[in-house]
Write a protein that binds this ligand. Structure first.
Ligand SMILES: Nc1ncnc2c1ncn2[C@@H]1O[C@H](COP(=O)(O)OP(=O)(O)O)[C@@H](O)[C@H]1O
Ligand SMILES: [Mg+2]
Length: 265
């Protein structure tokens, strides 16, 4: 079971979009996928067409129980099967209450490894994808401690190299102190508009990182992304050129994940 956390402490960099699309691409390739929404904004939950305000139990209940003594609420107790296009994935949903965990976990023993413990009780999946909130919070730390790999989506229009360096520094610290096996799968540039000079320049700056980490080819900006969610369509159903190119890049990432999942399994 390979666990991958999609992280970037900046908002709007394509984390949720990446987890959503990788979920069904991996499922279509035959992997059993568990997606975990670890963002109190619950965008992944909404994108998978569940109403965060109306879920009975979510990942917050799981983390709360694992942070305490006594009975555990397992991830599989709160997870739901979701049909996307013609495949099925499993989602551990989130809601606004999850934000409270950033406070309650402060006083918990081994507060950074609560999600890791919860995942130790999960079986029957090939890949676990964790969608993180846009801060380096205790929740995000939990994702980094639970994960085997991180994927870092970066928006090519508004790149902050300093922000990226800070993220790498955090990952290094997590490796040193909390999860020595954590690895970076790569940087994924997204929303790339090749006609924009700033985007070209930012892509080059990202490619400079390729000595130390894999930098995937950029996922193009495509209007299809907004429409697909609303119509329960996937990148396989959309005809536009940009959507086809986006699918190719996401499939490349998915193929890497499947290769690595076979090693971990
Ligand atoms: N390749 C893309 N083309 C066009 N829009 C995109 C693309 N990738 C992401 N988006 C849009 O960008 C916005 C932010 O993406 P999101 O995945 O929610 O970021 P994050 O989870 O990092 O905050 C969303 O409205 C999403 O639909
Ligand atoms: Mg998000």
């Amino acid at each position: 079971m390979l666990k991958l956390a999609c992280v970037n402490q900046k908002g709007g960099t394509g984390k949720t979009t990446t987890v959503l699309h990788l979920s069904y691409i991996l499922a279509r390739k035959g992997a059993r996928v568990l997606a975990i929404d670890l963002d109190p904004q619950a965008n992944l939950t909404s994108a998978m067409r569940l109403d965060p305000d109306n879920i009975e139990s979510g990942i917050d209940d799981v983390l709360e129980s694992y942070a305490q003594k006594g009975d555990k609420v397992k991830i599989t107790d709160v997870a739901r099967d979701i049909d996307i296009g013609d495949v099925r994935v499993t989602l551990a949903p989130s809601n606004a209450y999850l934000e409270r965990l950033n406070i309650t976990l402060l006083n918990a023993l081994a507060r950074e490894s609560v999600l890791r413990s919860a995942l130790e009780d999960v079986k029957g999946f090939d890949v676990v994808l964790i969608d993180c909130q846009p801060t380096l919070s205790i929740l995000t730390l939990n994702a980094l401690v639970a994960a085997d790999y991180t994927l870092i989506p970066v928006e090519t229009r508004g790149l902050s190299v300093q922000g990226l360096l800070m993220l790498f520094d955090t990952i290094e610290q997590v490796k040193e102190k909390l999860n020595k096996d954590l690895q970076v799968l790569g940087i994924l540039p997204v929303r790339f508009q090749k006609r924009l000079k700033a985007a070209q320049k930012n892509l080059e700056r990202l490619q400079n990182f390729s000595d130390v980490v894999k930098v995937y080819p950029p996922v193009p900006e495509s209007a299809a992304f907004e429409e697909m969610i609303e119509n329960n369509k996937t990148l396989y159903d959309v005809e536009s050129e940009t959507a086809k190119r986006a699918l190719k890049i996401y499939e490349q990432v998915a193929d890497d994940i499947i290769q690595l999942a076979m090693v971990v399994a």
